[in-house]
Design a protein around this ligand. Structure first.
Ligand code: NAI
Ligand code: MG
Length: 359
């Protein structure tokens, strides 16, 4: 292993994960040739339903030792509901990575690509280009609460939102850092401090306390209800949008839905301190309905590789991969069926790899 090589744990998983991951690797090979960065790939067969059928568990007991030392995890998709229930496959793998590796940032780009139909009227590529940064470990998704007097007239159900200063500040810092690196240097915070009158004013307070550390970042905030409307009506207003777990969950589906199809959307699950590897994956699942036909769109996986390159500090290479995707999607002959084209997974992946090499 070259000492400067990025060590990547590759986990294809199930279904089309096994078809699109090789296209991601093809593009990373092209990146290596074009930009001179070195990668060392270790492929793992666990975190898949095949592994489960053989071993009775989704991952080996020492999975953390096996992949914990890598610089990043390049993940396909997990799930094969015909043989393993989805909650078993998901909780036994992906959720473990997110928790055990403290991947407290969920990052999703929202960018309108050429050749991808948008449900928003009168928008062209270039108009929409922002990131949603979601807090991924606390907030509304807590397990504090309970139910008393179940099944009676006095039934009471409570679930508490948990916000910690450490938890809020660290995701805000990530979002402000990201905004600072971007051209527009603009951060938007999602809040609801008019209705949720304890935790959300606290969130706002921490945004206000963080902002002075980033004097060149312009920032604003919107209540979540009108913010969802602005995503649809004024997507051009945004650059980096930061949100709590619940609000971020909603925005990180809404944003990408405004700009395309599930086949192209990527995501990062990031541990910014790099104490643990971060995980990069397409948003889509294993798509059992089209698996085995090599017709899946590899763009979500390849765009995930671009996010991974950014995280590894290879920003020029990451930008080149996004440009290559745009170049290829702009030409109809390399679009896959979900985008109305006829190309197969491999043809599309090869075209993007070629575009990286010649770009
Ligand atoms: P899915 O994303 O796998 O598929 C939904 C629909 O989108 C299907 O019709 C599929 O053919 C299509 N599709 C998805 N990706 C595509 C691509 N790259 N190109 C073209 N078409 C594509 O979601 P679904 O069907 O709800 O779940 C299937 C399995 O995947 C389940 O086991 C589920 O638990 C798992 N899953 C895993 C995820 C992950 O690993 N992060 C995320 C979502 C689902
Ligand atoms: Mg969601």
């Amino acid at each position: 292993i070259a000492t400067n090589a990025h060590r990547i744990a590759v986990i294809p998983g199930d279904g089309i994960g096994k078809e699109v991951v090789p296209e991601g690797l093809r593009v990373l090979d092209a990146v290596g040739q074009r930009f001179g960065c070195a990668f060392h790939f270790d492929t793992f067969d666990f975190a898949s339903c095949d592994y489960y059928l053989e071993h009775g568990q989704m991952m080996p007991d020492d999975w953390k030792a096996q992949i914990g030392g890598h610089d990043a995890i390049f993940f396909g998709a997990v799930g094969w509901p015909e043989t393993v229930p989805d909650h078993v496959s998901l909780w036994g793998s992906l959720i473990q990575f997110r928790r055990e590796f403290d991947q407290y940032v969920n990052l999703r780009p929202v960018r309108l690509m050429p050749g991808v139909p948008t449900p928003l009227a009168n928008r062209a590529p270039g108009d929409i280009d922002f990131y949603v940064v979601r807090e991924n470990t606390e907030g509304e998704y807590s397990s504090i609460g309970g139910r008393i007097f179940p099944g009676t007239d006095r039934e009471v159900v409570v679930q508490e939102t948990v916000m910690t200063r450490i938890g809020v500040d660290r995701v805000l810092r990530y979002a402000f850092d990201l905004a600072q690196r971007r051209e527009k240097k603009h951060l938007t915070s999602a809040t609801k401090s008019n209705g949720i009158s304890i935790t959300m004013p606290y969130w706002d307070e921490r945004v206000e306390a963080m902002a002075p550390h980033y004097p060149d970042v312009r920032w604003d905030k919107y209540h979540i209800d009108i913010l969802t409307a602005h995503f649809v009506q004024h997507p051009d207003w945004f650059d980096v949008v930061v949100a709590s777990n619940l609000f971020g969950d909603i925005l990180s589906d809404l944003g990408p839905a405004c700009t395309g199809t599930i086949g192209i959307a990527p995501a990062g699950n990031i541990n910014p301190e790099r104490h643990f590897p971060s995980l990069f994956e397409p948003v889509h699942g294993s798509a059992p309905d089209i698996a085995g036909k090599f017709i899946a769109n590899p763009v979500g996986q390849i765009w995930s590789a671009a996010l991974m390159l950014d995280h590894l500090g290879e920003r020029e290479a990451g930008a080149a991969v996004v440009r290559a995707i745009e170049e290829v999607l702009a030409r109809s002959e390399y679009r896959t069926r979900d985008l109305g084209g006829t190309a197969g997974t491999t043809e599309c992946g090869e075209a993007i790899a070629d575009a990286v090499l010649s770009g």
